[in-house]
Design a binder for this molecule. Structure first.
Ligand code: ADP
Ligand code: MG
Length: 213
C-alpha cells in the first residue's frame, strides 16, 4: 500500500504531522472497515529516525549519515506491501533518496506521495530550542498558535547540524514523478489535509485493481 514521505527542514514538525496523518488514517480505517473488507486489511506504520534509534549526530559525517539512510531505507522497504501504509518520517531531504523510495513503491504497484512540512528555518530553530527545554523539564509552554499538541522529550539538533541540514535541503517539486502528488502543510495550520491524502493514496481508482484480495 501507499508510501507517504514526510519532508521538511529539521524540527519543522515532520514527526508531529506524521502522527496526525497516522491518526487520521487509523480513524478512517476504523470507520470504513465494517463495510469494506479491503480497508479492513490496511495497517498504518510510521518509520521514523527516532524510532530506529538514529542519532541526530549522524549528519556530521558522510559515513554514518549514509549508514543511517540505508537503515531507514531498509526499514521502509521491508514494510511496504499491498496492505501496509508506510509513513516515512525522516531522511527525505535529498531528492535522489525520495526518487529511490518512490521507485520502491512503484515496483509494488502502489502509490506514493510527499508531504512537505513548510516551516521556515527561523521557526524550526525556535521549535528546536523549545524541544530541548521540553525534554529537560518534561513540559512545554503550550506554544504554537496552531494548537498542535507538542510531542515531548525528543532530543534537539545541535545548532550547526540544523544549519547544515537546512543548507543541504532539497525542496520537493510537485512537477516531478517522485515528488507528486505533493501536499504542502504550512506551519501555522492546525490540521493536515487528511482527506486529500487519504483519497490520493487509498481511494485512488488507479490503485484498486492492484490490491491483494
Ligand atoms: P521534526 O520531526 O521535523 O524534527 P517535530 O515534529 O519533532 O519535528 O517538531 C519539533 C518541535 O516543534 C517539537 O517540539 C514540536 O512539538 C514542535 N512543533 C511541531 N509542529 C508545530 C506547530 N505546528 N506549532 C507549534 N509547535 C510545533
Ligand atoms: Mg522527527
Amino acid at each position: 500500500m501507499p508510501l507517504i514521505m514526510m519532508s521538511g527542514f529539521p524540527a519543522s514538525g515532520k514527526t508531529t504531522r506524521a502522527n496526525q496523518i497516522r491518526d487520521y488514517f487509523n480513524s478512517k480505517i476504523a470507520e470504513l472497515s465494517p463495510t469494506d473488507s479491503r480497508i479492513a486489511r490496511l495497517k498504518v506504520h510510521v518509520v521514523s529516525d527516532e524510532g530506529l534509534g538514529i542519532s541526530k549526530e549522524v549528519y556530521r559525517e558522510a559515513r554514518p549519515e549514509k549508514d543511517a539512510r540505508a537503515t531507514f531505507y531498509g526499514a521502509v522497504k521491508r514494510l511496504l506491501s499491498a496492505n501496509d501504509i508506510v509513513i516515512a518520517d525522516g531522511m527525505n531531504y535529498i531528492k535522489g533518496y525520495r526518487y529511490q523510495l518512490h521507485c520502491e513503491s512503484k515496483a509494488l504497484l502502489t502509490p506514493s506521495c510527499v508531504v512537505y512540512v513548510g516551516t521556515p528555518a527561523e521557526k524550526c530553530k525556535e521549535w528546536n530550542v523549545a524541544r530541548d527545554s521540553e525534554g529537560k523539564e518534561g513540559e512545554g509552554d503550550g506554544e504554537g498558535k496552531a494548537g498542535v499538541v507538542k510531542e515531548k522529550s525528543r532530543e534537539a539538533y545541535a545548532p550547526d547540524v540544523l544549519d547544515n541540514l537546512v543548507f543541504r535541503y532539497e525542496e520537493p517539486n510537485g512537477m516531478t514523478r517522485w515528488d507528486s502528488p505533493l501536499f504542502i502543510v504550512p506551519w501555522m495550520d492546525e490540521d493536515i489535509p487528511g482527506e486529500e491524502i487519504w483519497n490520493a493514496m487509498v481511494n485512488n481508482e488507479a490503485v484498486k485493481p492492484h490490491l491483494a484480495t
